[in-house]
Design a protein around this ligand. Structure first.
Ligand code: ADP
Ligand code: MG
Length: 730
């Protein structure tokens, strides 16, 4: 029996200890966070007031106040059993990072006390010189600093033997350059706030103090049994399968989608939800996805900043808790070839400080005019900056997914739905020089319906779809930190809001306001028409059509990332103070480099699997075939065995087939080696291009032959868990 077959015998639902009846969620939601409520209880009135002003208006607090908060935070954390604290941050690699320090300070020989000062709360200095800085730190200062982000509450992470207080921070260089994913997001919300407020002012809203983006990321993932995972070097090293023949049954029956969830998986989901609730993560839905063993969690939306932190935390929880259930949670964008990959639909909208969703069509014609002006701004933003949206989701994992049959292509377009399209068409045709209330009613604006899901959400293929009262950016990868995509969406929309406000100001000076707004909407609708697409984004015809419209279609990561180096884009980010030129270029270099590293790890893993597992299994079968043939021919001679000529020919042909497949696999693996060596002599940009154009096809080629071998080599000689097992025996 092979290792693989032994493992098959071990696959079983894990027996869990009986747990207490679940408590009401409201009784423990957020109990492990130092939120406003907890803070208010632990600090003085004055300090709490100062803190609140800091959050809402950005006026900073004094060191004494910081000390008070730090002390309160420490006492709170210790009362909950925490003994360590860490500044928790999100470096440019997209992971989260932490460096733990104990609360203790030495007070005398053999004596310690628990201590945590405002200084330590506000700023940390992890010895973090190994985090990529894309050259930023080399030019200034070697170290990176973490600085407290008070807008995201501190939280406690529990593990079996202890608890750690985690303090969300940003990560910056000595001179304040962003070395993380978080600071640009915070800056972009600031830019959005300013731009949105000035547009809203034109519509008469002088009472609105703050506008911010809201976000609800739908998290897709796979679960597979840990025993399978451990036997697959490719999963362990790269998070995806590099070889593996398709199973006869894939997702074609669609019998998994929204089906009943297996008990083992439900248990996992319950545990994730419970831990998430303690951390204040508002998980709402969970269900089976289309592919076998694929699932989704979706939260209730929150301020983007919190949503981004919570999504990072959720991914960590999912990975940790899956292991407790003897499963591994796969967040990779394309763990299995031939079946759906995983994405993260980023639901995005704008909210004001009164809790109004600004992308909700309103009750009155005036409200709807404002809604349409905002909509026009979004259309223009996506039209002008599709390249940046594409760049914001560019990474090795997503490269496999985008453009595959279940994900939007690398072409960015916007779906609005029939009703909104008709309204925009009418506005385009019908703007008179003077518009009366009746005219507005005639344009359909007076009575905008609530766009429910049935009318707006039918097109699941669009990468940027209006779905009721929000936009859904569907090209984001499942493993990605959502901070960067949000920062890009926020920035490009801030710029368009400014543009729309300027236009309206000009058009309305001395003229009727509503007429001016309609004119601006009409112009933008006309100018940006090419970005709108209501049809099937997965169809071949759209690729051709998009080309005619000159919409960018960048399948390769290296091409997509080039957008970060373009003058117009650098100028945009500098204008809105989201990225400086250096910060942007640094990201370009880091992400290209990460792409290369990912592909190198994949290629080297494939090489080892092929040489140490696949080829030896092939040799065993080859030997078996050769021996059988030899023995049969001998028997024919010595014992006059009446062999059918056809049968003998078939045996020979099959042997030749197997021999040549093994040969192809080996030959291509050697080619791959040469290619990797050649790549070492090129710079990162050239290397990424080489990997995309030559290495990936070569790996696919190897895979094709390996997968064919998998289908003929005796089952007990094949050590790698098969698709039909990993995806169907749960
Ligand atoms: P669908 O099924 O069409 O994807 P849902 O209504 O189930 O849409 O919502 C999906 C996600 O969108 C949820 O995470 C939800 O919180 C989020 N969402 C809803 N409204 C908003 C909003 N105004 N801003 C940001 N995200 C939102
Ligand atoms: Mg969705």
């Amino acid at each position: 029996m092979s290792m693989r077959q032994k493992v098959l015998l071990k696959i079983k639902s894990v027996e869990l200890d009986k747990v207490d009846a679940p408590q009401k969620v409201s009784s423990y939601f957020g109990e492990n966070t130092f939120n406003m409520k907890a803070m208010q209880k632990h600090i003085s009135k004055n300090t709490f007031a100062a803190f609140k002003t800091w959050i809402s208006e950005g006026r900073t607090i004094t060191l004494e106040q910081a000390n008070e908060i730090a002390n309160a935070m420490k006492d709170w954390a210790i009362s909950k059993g925490a003994s360590y604290y860490t500044h928790w941050f999100q470096p440019m690699t997209g992971l989260t990072a932490e460096k733990h320090d104990s609360f203790i300070s030495i007070t005398g020989p053999g004596k310690v006390i628990e201590k945590f000062s405002g200084n330590k709360l506000i700023q940390g200095e992890p010895d973090a010189s190994s985090f990529p800085s894309g050259g930023i730190r080399a030019t200034f200062e070697a170290r990176g600093y973490t600085a407290w982000d008070p807008s995201s509450p501190a939280f406690i992470i529990e593990s079996k033997l202890g608890k750690t207080l985690c303090i969300p921070t940003i990560f910056i260089s000595y001179h304040g350059e962003a070395l993380d994913k978080k600071l640009p997001l915070l800056r972009s919300d600031e830019a959005l706030n300013k731009a949105a407020l000035s547009l809203l002012k034109l519509f008469g809203h002088k009472d609105i103090k703050k506008v911010f983006s809201t976000c609800g990321p739908e998290q897709e993932y796979f679960l597979i049994d840990k025993n399978y995972y451990n036997l697959r070097q490719d999963m362990v090293m790269t998070g995806r399968t590099l070889v593996g023949a398709p199973s006869p049954k894939g997702q074609q029956l669609e019998d998994q989608y929204f089906g009943t969830i297996k008990e083992r998986v439900v248990n996992f989901m319950f545990e994730v939800a419970e831990e998430a609730y303690k951390l204040g993560i508002p998980l709402m839905t969970r269900h089976n996805e289309v592919a076998p063993h694929q699932y989704e969690f979706a939260p209730i939306f929150e301020e983007s900043n919190l949503a981004a932190d919570h999504n990072q935390l959720l991914m960590e929880l999912m990975k940790k808790i899956a292991l407790r259930h003897d499963m591994v949670c796969l967040l990779h964008e394309k763990p299995f070839a031939g079946i759906n990959g995983s994405g993260k639909h980023l639901n995005w909208s704008l909210s004001d400080d009164k809790g109004n969703n600004l992308l909700n069509p309103g009750q009155t014609p005036e409200d709807n005019l404002q809604f349409l002006a905002l909509l026009a701004a979004v259309l223009r933003a996506v039209y002008l900056h599709a390249d940046l949206l594409r760049a914001s989701v560019a990474m090795a994992g997503n490269e496999h997914r985008l453009g595959a049959n279940e994900a939007p292509p690398a072409i960015i377009s916007v779906f609005l739905g029939q009703q909104l399209t008709e309204i925009l068409n009418m506005i385009e045709k019908g703007v008179k020089s003077k518009v009366s209330k009746n005219d507005i009613m005639d344009l359909g604006i007076g009575r905008l319906p609530k766009f429910n899901k049935d009318t707006t959400d039918r097109n699941r293929t669009s990468p940027f779809a209006f779905t009721g009262a929000k936009f859904e950016f569907r090209a984001v990868g499942s493993s990605q930190n959502i901070s960067t995509p949000i920062a890009v969406v926020n920035t490009i929309i801030a710029e368009s809001l400014d543009y729309v406000a300027e236009k309206i100001k000009k058009a309305s000076s001395g003229k009727d306001f509503n007429t001016a707004v309609l004119k601006v909407i009409s112009e933008i609708a006309k100018e940006t028409k090419d970005i709108r697409f209501e049809g099937n984004n997965y169809a071949e015809a759209w690729i051709k059509e998009a080309k005619k419209r000159s919409l960018p279609n960048m399948a390769a990561t290296y091409e997509a990332l080039e957008a970060l180096t373009k003058e117009k884009n650098i100028a945009l980010f500098e204008k809105y103070k989201v990225f400086s030129k250096e910060e942007l270029i640094a990201r370009y270099h880091i992400w290209i480099h990460m792409y290369n590293l990912t592909l190198e790890i994949e290629a080297n893993t494939l090489k080892e699997m092929v040489n140490a597992s696949v080829v030896p299994a092939g040799y065993r079968y080859e030997k078996l075939l050769a021996r059988t043939l030899q023995e049969l021919v001998a028997l024919k001679k010595t014992a006059g065995l009446a062999l059918d000529a056809g049968a003998l020919k078939d045996k020979k042909e099959h042997l030749i087939e197997v021999v040549s497949k093994i040969y192809y696999v080996r030959r291509n693996a050697l080619e791959m080696d040469k290619l990797l060596a050649k790549a070492q002599k090129t710079n990162d940009e050239k290397r990424a291009e080489l990997y995309f154009k030559e290495l990936k096809p070569l790996m696919e080629h190897i895979r094709k032959h390996v997968d064919q071998l998998e289908c003929v080599v005796p089952d007990d000689a094949w050590e790698l868990p098969k698709y039909r097992e990993m995806l169907f025996i749960k």
